[in-house]
Ligand binder design. Structure first.
Ligand code: HSE
Length: 332
């Protein structure tokens, strides 16, 4: 049996989702010869450390009852640096102004010889190439499938399954909140404010939903795609961004009558990065509804490949993180 020790830095919806997945997949992983143990968990109020493996069920219960996992006061840096483990799962909240605290956590993890897996978009949108090089220089893995498209395996698909292809362009819908709002406004004729509130209640909107509706979250995801898949060194200023706030019910109605839907489409093609509302024919593969995300990848050999699925959610995002954990275990 191979023991794999991980820490979970950040214990919000995604961190708890990872913990739940590890619990429910324990037997499945053991059949594969993997004993996956969580040796450190931290949230904004404290932490728990157990080098023999934390009782994850109790940690989840404590979080639910007391609002924090805290059983001790070691900070995330002390866990990352001082506790012996293999993989840091960095799932603190996204901060797109300076990437913190995730950025420092990731830098320290690489410096301390730990692989990094993350769902945290901020550090990647700001310092993608620096982090990638830090991983490579230290002979470590840097995996970030969960940053874009939630459960939808865009990076795995391109880097692994489509290896050998040249990607010519990518189009996609990468923000579930906007897609939900546009779908409900168009299909149910619901007012904007009400559906935005619904999206917040579903737990898919960002803490500040301006990031969703102004297209900022989509742009950040497009930057990560551009840097990872096209090898660019792009940042926010390189994206031409228009959100959905100026779309009127009348415009949606007109599109509907002509068999179109309005979607907030991200596109990376020939070095140009764009996020903007676009008219999409109702039967087009990009015309997915509700909270779904979709990515359509145009390649030289395989042609066009389109994948769609849940772009947000605790367990869905944890699915990508678990897949990254297994990638590292199988390849190191
Ligand atoms: N607010 C994001 C969305 C969450 O609506 O897609 C997932 O990144």
């Amino acid at each position: 049996m191979r023991i794999v020790n991980i820490s979970i830095i950040g214990f919000g919806a995604v961190g708890q989702g990872v913990a739940r997945c590890i619990l429910s997949k324990q037997e499945f992983l053991k059949k594969d010869g993997i004993d996956l143990r969580v040796v450190g968990i931290s949230d904004s109020r404290g932490s728990e450390i157990n080098t023999g493996g934390i009782d994850v069920e109790s940690a989840l219960l404590r979080k639910k009852q007391k609002g924090s996992v805290a059983a001790g006061s070691k900070n995330p840096h002390e866990i990352i640096r001082d506790v012996k483990h293999d993989i840091v799962v960095e799932v603190t909240p996204t901060n797109i102004n300076n990437g913190e605290p995730g950025l420092s956590n990731m830098r320290l993890a690489f410096k301390s010889g730990k692989h990094v897996i993350t769902s945290n978009k901020g550090p990647l949108a700001l310092h993608f190439n620096e982090l990638k090089e830090a991983a490579e220089d230290n002979g470590l893995f840097f995996r970030y499938e969960a940053t874009v498209g939630g459960a939808v395996p865009i990076f795995n698909l391109v880097h692994e399954a489509l290896a050998g292809n040249t990607v010519l362009g990518i189009e996609g819908i990468l923000n579930g909140t906007c897609n939900y709002i546009l779908t409900r406004m168009s299909e149910e004729r619901m007012p904007y404010d009400l559906v935005l509130k619904e999206a917040q209640e579903l737990g898919i909107a960002e803490t500040d939903p301006t990031y969703d509706v102004e297209g900022i979250d989509s742009a950040i995801k497009l930057i990560i795609i551009a840097n990872s898949i096209f090898g660019l060194d792009s940042t926010y200023k390189d994206v031409d961004v228009t959100g959905i706030t100026k779309i009127t019910p009348e415009a949606l109605e007109l599109a509907n009558r002509n068999n179109y839907v309005v979607k907030l489409v991200c596109e990376a093609r020939e070095g140009k990065l764009t996020v903007a509302p676009r008219l999409v024919p109702k039967r087009h593969p990009l015309a997915v509804g509700g909270t779904l995300n979709v990515a359509s990848i145009l390649t030289d050999l395989a042609g066009r490949i389109t994948i769609s699925g849940r772009g947000a959610g605790s367990i869905e995002t944890a699915s990508s993180i678990l897949s990254d954990i297994l990638y590292i275990v199988r390849n190191s």
